[in-house]
Design a binder for this molecule. Structure first.
Ligand code: ATP
Ligand SMILES: O=C(O)C[C@@H](O)[C@H](O)C(=O)CO
Length: 336
């Protein structure tokens, strides 16, 4: 049974809507940011990372968003173009907005944090008029990212994109991407996340993100009940990510798949979710069984957390397959 009816006649594979930002990753690692002197600049923003990941995997990818009218905005657009991503619907915001900055602190491979500068950011200036029905209609799938729901008019733009996607048989992925500093309150977040999730086909989030969404629900902290809640709406697949403990995917048809991880030489933990999403969505779009899609997501995640960047490190299909093969060979050798 084809859970996700991707329309192979559509010319675009994947469109992401939302945040285009800059990551400034500490170069002096294993120390607090107070002691960091230099940073490396990368394109960032969760939906941007996922779109870059999809393009690296060979998918025809587009983006809907706003960038600041400055050097950072131009850097982002050029980077997307260099990676073969269609930027015809990336708008330069002229309101004096700025580019969101994510300063990353890498105290240890497992103790990382992100300091976000997001006042007056261009990405949340996205407007409903920036959302074009004819563009979304051309895509096999659309990715929305939770942070784009944090403020108007971006919030309304996302709901319009969802309306167009539903109208034209575009499969919708919702990456929860909860970033508390962008919201007024958890209650506000839960309300808007629930309203969006009701319209989505695949919902991907961590246990903590689903708990935030379900703060008004009768159940708490229960993966199966979380999945069933969304199957009662539009969802076909719900994926709950559990960090180094892997992931669990539930389907509306009653199947459950437990995803394992690949060992990683961890440089930093963040970026795992975005790379996992790219590998997983790629697998689903190719009609693979869910376990294989989860495997490619997990491999992509291990590759990215073993790297200094997120976007730059998003792997190609060959890199993922070589990584998986190397792991399998090492496992076989270790057993013999
Ligand atoms: N320490 C790890 N070692 C190997 N794989 C990992 C590790 N942490 C995460 N992963 C892989 O990445 C997937 C997503 O990671 P996680 O659950 O941390 O999502 P996330 O919180 O959205 O990630 P991010 O830190 O990018 O926001 C996991 O399901 C797992 O497959
Ligand atoms: O999503 C953000 O704004 C931060 C990202 O750019 C950063 O790469 C990250 O946290 C990835 O999960």
């Amino acid at each position: 049974m084809n859970l996700l009816p991707f329309d192979e006649q559509k010319p675009l594979d994947f469109i992401a809507v939302g945040r285009l930002c800059i990551d400034l990753n500490a170069n002096e690692i294993h120390r607090p940011m107070e002691e960091t002197v230099t940073f490396t600049k990368y394109v960032g923003g969760s939906p941007a990372n996922i779109a870059i990941g999809m393009a690296r995997l060979g998918m025809k990818t587009g983006f809907i968003g706003r960038v600041a009218d400055d050097q950072m905005g131009r850097f982002i657009v050029q980077y997307l173009k260099n990676n073969g991503i269609d930027t015809s619907h990336v708008i330069t915001d002229k309101s004096g907005s700025v580019t969101g900055l994510a300063f990353t602190e890498i105290k240890s491979p497992t103790d990382c944090s992100i300091l976000m500068y997001r006042d007056n950011v261009a990405d949340l200036k996205l407007e409903p008029n920036d959302i074009h029905e004819d563009y979304i209609r051309q895509a096999k799938c659309l990715l929305i990212s939770g942070t784009a729901l944090a403020k108007s008019p971006s919030r309304e733009a996302v709901f319009l994109a969802l309306e167009y996607a539903r109208r034209h048989g575009v499969v919708v992925f919702f990456d929860l991407d909860y970033r508390p500093y962008t919201w007024q309150s958890k209650e506000e977040t839960a309300i808007y996340y629930n309203l969006a999730a009701e319209k989505c086909d695949v919902i991907i989030g961590t246990r903590e993100e689903f708990d935030m969404m379900e703060q008004f629900a009768v159940h708490q902290h229960d993966d199966e009940k979380t999945a069933q809640k969304w199957f009662d709406y539009h969802a076909k697949i719900v994926v709950i990510k559990h960090g180094k403990d892997g992931s669990i995917a539930y389907t509306k048809t009653g199947e459950t798949f437990v995803g394992t991880i690949f060992p990683a030489n961890i440089v930093k933990t963040f970026g795992a979710g975005d790379s996992y999403a790219a590998g997983f969505i790629y697998g689903l779009m190719n009609g693979w069984p869910i376990p294989k899609a989860m495997e490619y997501g997990a491999a992509a995640a291990s590759i990215v957390i073993s790297s200094h960047s997120c976007s730059d490190a998003m792997p190609t299909l060959d890199q993922i397959e070589q990584f998986i093969q190397q792991h399998k060979s090492s496992s076989t050798a270790a057993k013999s």
